[in-house]
Design a protein around this ligand. Structure first.
Ligand code: ASP
Ligand code: MG
Length: 451
């Protein structure tokens, strides 16, 4: 039995948290492999370093050293602390070199922002050693995590990572050493770091679980699991005990910040169950995500909402008969890496749903299209995407009727619909001012009654 375990920033954010996490690891039976985030606040600090070329490097190194040593010195002592310090200083020298590097290097940002994990993994490995458990801190390059893609938006190459980890990590596991691997980045074929996007350590952990054929992946965070709705909107929202991969992927993407949305795919591919657990309350059962095909009695499992979006509608006569033009519009938007949350078309319009903050850049791109093909562009700001999730939702007859009936009850107009992209979610757009009411009505009607 191999358990892959991932601990997030708050779970390794202080001496106390690290101590708690080391106990969770030690109490886990069988073989294990661990992936960690940077200590909380560290990655944002590093992003600040990248964004502000005027900062004083000596000061940065000092602050960085202080934050990590504060935790390490509380937990380690004697010879082990000396041994730790030796490795720590080596990594700190590399950190110093990284931040003073050439800012025009395309990999400068990835090199700097991925530094936090190199230190949290080192501390955790030594804390485990101090408790008599053999552990080894491994940076992604030593663990064989291979990535491809552009700077700041890498993706793991699952096949190459599997063969890399078979050579570099599996032998350690066989010797009962617990590998503590850096999350958040892999290295490309030239050995350059590529980060996976903010929050990407969850994805790293799923990649590791896939590569070593883990029996289970545990994502340890600071909440009890996925909820049936945002408790700030629906105070009696309930914890979701169990759901399938598809439902979790939709919820992670559209609303709940529990898990990085890309975490699901690498484990779904190998049918590895995933548990979301709270490292501050390990006795809580968390949420189990697996290949479940079981309808619960209620129609919906959860209702999430993505707010601060805008609809950009492009009008042009008979655009539906000119697919090349639709393709060009999408390409233009993709060129500036803007995420399109939904697309809908009619005979003479194409509508895109994007974040409010991306509207100006998107319009600029679209205006660059030549030849008067576009008749008009309209923008509707401040809308929200409601994501109603339930197993086999679309397979059930009359579901949209029931859901939209409830929305009507909340006196709300639906601006755009994207049903059927996956059979576990019905997504639609409403004005921001109506989000709270719509989520409450759907939760009351299909999940549980709001007090
Ligand atoms: N440390 C990185 C971040 O803060 C990755 C992660 O925590 O998942 O985004
Ligand atoms: Mg996280």
């Amino acid at each position: 039995m191999i358990t892959a375990m991932k601990f997030g920033g708050t779970s390794v954010g202080s001496a106390e948290a690290l101590d708690r996490v080391s106990k969770i690891i030690i109490n886990t039976e069988g073989d294990k492999v661990v992936v960690v985030s940077a200590m909380s606040g560290i990655t944002s600090f590093l992003v600040g370093v990248v964004d502000n070329p005027l900062t004083d490097p000596d000061g940065i190194v000092e602050q960085f050293r202080f934050k990590h040593l504060q935790a390490a010195e509380e937990l380690l002592s004697g010879e082990l602390l000396d041994e730790f310090m030796e490795e720590f200083e080596k990594r700190l020298a590399k950190f110093d070199e990284a931040i003073r590097g050439d800012r025009s290097d395309p990999y400068y940002q990835d090199t700097v922002v991925s530094q936090g994990e190199r230190f949290s993994s080192l501390i955790l490995a030594y804390v485990l050693k101090s408790k008599g458990t053999e552990a080894r801190a491994l940076c992604s390059e030593d663990a064989g995590i291979i990535a491809e893609g552009h700077p700041l938006s890498g993706s793991a190459d699952l096949l190459k990572t599997a063969s890399g980890m078979t050579m570099k990590v599996k032998p350690l596991i066989a010797m009962e050493v617990v590998p503590i691997i850096t999350g958040f980045y892999g290295v490309n074929k030239d050995g350059k770091p590529l980060t996976f996007g903010r929050g990407g350590s969850d994805y790293s952990a799923a990649v590791v679980a896939n590569a070593i054929d883990a029996d289970v992946l545990e994502i340890w965070t600071d909440v009890d699991g996925f909820m049936s709705a945002d408790p700030r909107i629906v105070p009696n929202a309930i914890k979701i005990e169990e759901m399938n991969f598809g439902e979790a992927a939709e919820l992670a993407y559209f609303g709940a910040k529990v898990l990085h949305p890309r975490t699901i795919e690498p484990v779904r591919l190998k049918n590895i169950p995933l548990k979301v657990k709270n490292s501050f309350r390990p006795e809580e059962p968390g949420t189990l995500i697996h290949h479940l095909r079981r309808s619960k009695d209620e129609l919906l499992r959860s209702v999430a909402a993505k707010t601060d979006l805008s609809i950009i509608t492009i009008s042009s006569a008979e655009i539906a008969f000119r697919p090349a033009m639709v393709a060009r519009l999408i390409e233009k938007i993709a060129d500036i890496d803007v995420i399109i949350y939904s697309i809908s078309t009619s005979l003479s319009t194409v509508a895109f749903l994007v974040h409010n903050n991306d509207v100006t850049a998107t319009l600029k791109q679209l205006n660059g299209l030549n030849g008067g093909e576009i008749e008009r562009i309209d923008v509707k700001n401040d809308v929200a995407l409601i994501c109603a999730v339930g197993d086999d939702l679309i397979g059930k007859t009359g579901v949209s009727g029931e859901i939209f009936g409830a929305v009507k009850e909340a006196n709300t107009n639906v601006e755009m619909i994207s049903e059927g992209a996956s059979d576990v979610s019905l997504n639609f757009v409403v004005p921001m001012s109506r989000v709270v009411d719509v989520v409450k009505v759907l939760h009351d009607r299909f999940i549980g009654v709001t007090q």
